[in-house]
Design a protein around this ligand. Structure first.
Ligand SMILES: [Zn+2]
Length: 468
């Protein structure tokens, strides 16, 4: 006979409390979108460091009608929330329950997004370390089928909780963590939580609260070393997560270890999005030349092939990014540097049976001397006159076609407004011919800017508008 688990929530095991306080939370909402939908119910159980628990729950008047299908799903009706407090009314209470604790929820990004946005509507910022129990379950039970709350409830026999109402789901989620610690040992659960939280081990020379107030928006961060010299500049979609990952033992690279030994100070600059972060990063790296940004400094070597017209002898000319400032016609690339361009061309020459002499790989010692590729049957004969120069050039053009730099789709500059609604920030970015424009001047071609522009235009072309 199966033993039924107790309905009451067992306390969080002692080993977990060493990681800090945990606030298990669940919100019910009017829909799935944190930016536009609203919270209708919140339940929180906080596990304190001394082993005690405190609970808080409330229906919330969302200020909008709850759609019928959501009422059916959650059992929370318009009538039930009519006299309930608004989020604003309870925001102090919610903050008191959550402040300084790890924010734990099943599908945590959902609940966190809603709570953060409700605080934003009250003109308040909210940031917490987030632990998702879906990811925890996946890490602890990698072979289990399904990690939704129902799957967990069935697998671990967590019966007796009031499903779909906020407190019932919070109880079931908290019970799952306790049961997992019973099954696998508290140490295994602690290790998994540490890994998911990317719990950082701070370099000893930094103050203990150095990572405390990092926002979870996108942005750029700077690491400084002795004499306040910049060591490293990075960009991030989520600053908080990214910076902490540099100091999390599970995720540290050899470069991170060296950085953390030299680091004396961290600075961060939030941006409205990935684009703004990328541009700011490129600009700061150029200005401040940090010691460890090897990849970014290599950007200077980037370049293109230009295909000459029929009158030129050498069909391909190598142009560095700095040399392409005026004309963008017949450019193919970008290649990270001249050597990798040559490597690509050697490969393409073989595949498309191009001529070694015509590509400049070798020089004929006499007129119409066949190139090596011709001698082994891999050249159509541009060298010995079997193929004309313009025929060869046409085939070369076809081989390069997929690398052609596209025509700039605007007559002049284009403007893109990047917005971060959750953090109330927006940046206006200007581009011209695949380059960023800053202070009225077009910046040199940058491979990362180009790739992000192409990707963003493909997805949201309508958000770009021509500059007046
Ligand atoms: Zn040849």
């Amino acid at each position: 006979m199966m033993v039924k688990r107790p309905v009451t929530v067992p306390p969080v095991p002692y080993a977990l409390r060493k990681l800090g306080e945990f606030a298990f939370i669940d919100v019910e909402t009017t829909g799935a979108k944190p930016l536009t939908d609203r919270v209708t119910e919140i339940a929180i159980i906080r596990f304190h460091a001394d082993g005690s628990q405190s609970r808080w729950q409330s229906l919330i008047n969302p200020g909008v009608a709850i759609p019928a299908e959501i009422q059916a799903l959650t059992g929370i009706t318009n009538a039930m929330v009519r006299d309930a407090p608004s989020f604003f009314d309870v925001s102090d209470e919610v903050r008191r329950m959550l402040e300084g604790a790890v924010f734990v929820a099943h599908n945590a990004r959902f609940d966190y997004g809603f709570v953060k946005n409700e605080f934003r509507r009250s003109a308040e910022a909210f940031t917490a370390d987030v632990l998702c129990t879906v990811r925890l379950s996946r890490m602890l039970y990698p072979d289990a089928e399904g990690h939704g709350l129902d799957a967990l409830i069935n697998r671990h026999e967590l019966h007796g909780f009031d499903r779909h109402r906020a407190m019932g789901d919070v109880e079931a989620t908290a019970a799952f963590v306790s049961v997992a610690a019973d099954d696998l040992g508290a140490d295994a659960v602690v290790a998994a939580i540490k890994s998911l939280l990317k719990t950082p081990s701070l370099p000893a020379q930094l103050p203990t609260d150095a990572l405390k107030n990092i926002p979870d928006s996108s942005g750029v961060y700077l690491f400084y070393g002795v004499n306040d010299l910049p060591l490293y500049i990075g960009k991030a979609k989520h600053l908080r997560e990214r910076i902490r990952a540099h100091f999390s033992s599970d995720h540290m690279t050899p470069n991170d270890i060296r950085l953390s030994q030299e680091l004396t100070r961290i600075e961060w600059l939030p941006t409205a999005g990935e684009f703004s972060a990328l541009l700011l990063e490129a600009q700061l790296v150029k200005e401040r030349m940090p010691l460890h940004n090897v990849n970014l400094r290599r950007r200077d070597k980037l370049g293109f092939y230009r295909l000459g017209d029929d009158a030129t002898n050498a069909p391909l000319e190598w142009l560095s990014a700095a040399q392409i400032s005026e004309s963008y016609a017949d450019l193919y690339g970008p290649f990270s540097d001249k050597a990798s361009a040559k490597k690509w061309l050697t490969f393409a020459a073989r595949e498309h049976q191009l001529c070694d002499h015509a590509l400049g790989f070798s020089k004929p010692r006499s007129d119409a001397e066949p190139c090596f590729a011709r001698q082994v049957g891999r050249c159509h004969g541009a060298c010995d006159g079997t193929e004309t120069a313009s025929q060869h050039r046409a085939r070369l053009r076809a081989a390069l076609a997929h690398l052609a730099l596209p025509t700039w789709p605007f007559t002049g500059e284009a403007v893109f407004e990047e917005r971060d609604v959750a953090n109330d920030r927006s940046d206006v970015l200007v581009f011209d011919r695949w380059c960023a424009v800053s202070g009225g001047a077009r910046l040199p071609f940058d491979g990362d800017v180009y790739r992000l522009l192409k990707r963003t235009m493909g997805k949201t072309a309508s958000k770009f508008r021509a500059a007046k």
